[in-house]
Design a protein around this ligand. Structure first.
Ligand code: SAM
Ligand code: MD0
Ligand code: SF4
Length: 347
């Protein structure tokens, strides 16, 4: 099947087979790319009108016991380490709310301080969720890594709506290279358990790590099976002092194509444009590829870091609602209201 046949088929609402997905992802033709992005935006606008959701990012602990080979915060790297106090976290969440965001994403490394508390249990971690909820009355996403079913249940009871946990790839060999000593199935099962417990789930991919278009197509099938309400992709950003430091950095072309094809295959799902890959300069192209959420909004004076871009555009205040809104406007879009976001979550 040719490119335009596949594009027409998916635009008409049919799911594609792996070969057809591969055809869409493989194009390097400029006109075909433009048509892919136009079709994706058309589908997005049909489902979400001109409204975009904005997520505040609170990376509240950068301590981590794992050794993901792609990550700046892997246990043994000399990265920025901090653990914010409850008061700092709540104050940041409140300032994010005032700035106009729709959700607080509470993210941490797999920090033993919170996860291995023995008799003390998970009270401190759960209290962060409760207090952020109480102070902001906003939806909360928790990104704690792979955790037990018991903890997921408690997180839900403490008020979290979302559980984000990215497999990065569904190619087992590649996964094992990226996330050594973190069994694939255990990580995947966390998402299933979260779903069982009534949490919304986000699944995610990394691109630029040696995967091929068939691996990506296989991931789309996994996302479908998971029924994840939010699905994402980010281009791998090489990190200083890590085993993959020399891995050649990719351009963003594949990320944009993946966003567009995800949008066409999953018209009504939330798909982020992350500020954590290319900062504010990369926002427009991700939105114009079909994304409908902006993630990694970080208050400038909070002392918080990003994940793949630990500092880019944070201090200069570009990763803010104020920085983002004019770019959405240039794309003919606007931020949703909090109640519009909450209504979406209810459906
Ligand atoms: N520690 C938790 C976990 O691993 O699930 C949550 C935070 S983790 C840092 C969030 C995600 O950031 C990872 O799953 C990965 O997709 C992304 N990430 C980490 N390092 C990256 C890099 N160098 N380039 C691009 N994305 C990266
Ligand atoms: C982002 N830096 O949205 C954040 C992070 C975790 N749920 C999200 C990867 O880009
Ligand atoms: Fe830790 Fe998450 Fe980084 Fe892996 S990706 S090293 S689990 S912070």
């Amino acid at each position: 099947m040719g490119f335009y046949e596949a594009l027409e088929k998916v635009s008409a609402g049919e799911f594609l087979n792996q070969e057809e997905i591969a055809v869409l992802l493989s194009t390097d033709d400029e006109q075909e790319n433009r048509d892919l992005f136009t079709a994706a935006c058309k589908v997005r606008n049909k489902c979400f009108s001109n409204k975009v959701f904005l997520y505040g990012f609170v990376y509240f602990s950068t301590y981590c016991r794992n050794k993901c080979n792609f990550c700046f915060y892997r246990a043994v790297n000399k990265s920025i380490r901090y653990r914010k106090s409850l008061k700092e976290i709540v104050d940041i969440a409140v300032s994010l709310k005032k700035s106009g965001i729709h959700l607080i994403d509470l993210t941490m490394g797999e920090d033993p301080y919170y996860l291995d508390r023995g008799k003390a249990g998970y009270d401190e971690l759960l209290n962060i969720i409760k207090q952020v909820k109480k102070a902001t009355n906003l939806p909360v996403m928790i990104s704690p890594g792979t955790v037990s079913e018991k903890l997921l249940e408690k997180m839900k009871d403490s008020g979290a709506e979302w559980y984000a946990c990215y497999q990065e790839t569904h190619n087992l060999n590649l996964y094992n290279k990226l996330r050594p000593d973190q069994p694939y199935q255990k990580r995947y099962n966390s998402k299933l358990a979260a779903k069982e417990n009534g949490l919304l789930i986000e699944e995610g991919l990394l691109t630029g790590l040696g995967e091929n278009v068939y691996d990506i197509a296989a991931s789309f099938y996994k996302m479908k099976e998971l029924e994840a309400q939010q699905i994402r992709v980010m281009t791998f950003v090489p990190q200083k002092g890590t085993p993959m430091e020399q891995f050649s950095a990719h351009d963003n072309k594949m990320e944009l194509k993946i966003i567009a094809v995800m949008r066409l295959l999953f018209p009504d799902r939330l798909i982020p444009a992350s500020l954590d890959v290319e900062g504010i300069d990369g926002l427009k192209k991700r939105i114009n590829a079909g994304a409908n959420v902006v993630t990694s909004i970080i208050p400038p004076d909070s002392g918080l870091a990003g994940v793949s871009q630990s500092t880019l555009n944070i201090k200069d205040g570009w990763r803010t609602v104020q920085g983002v809104v004019p770019i959405l406007q240039e794309c003919g879009l606007a931020p949703a209201s909090v109640s519009e976001y909450k209504n979406w979550l209810k459906n």
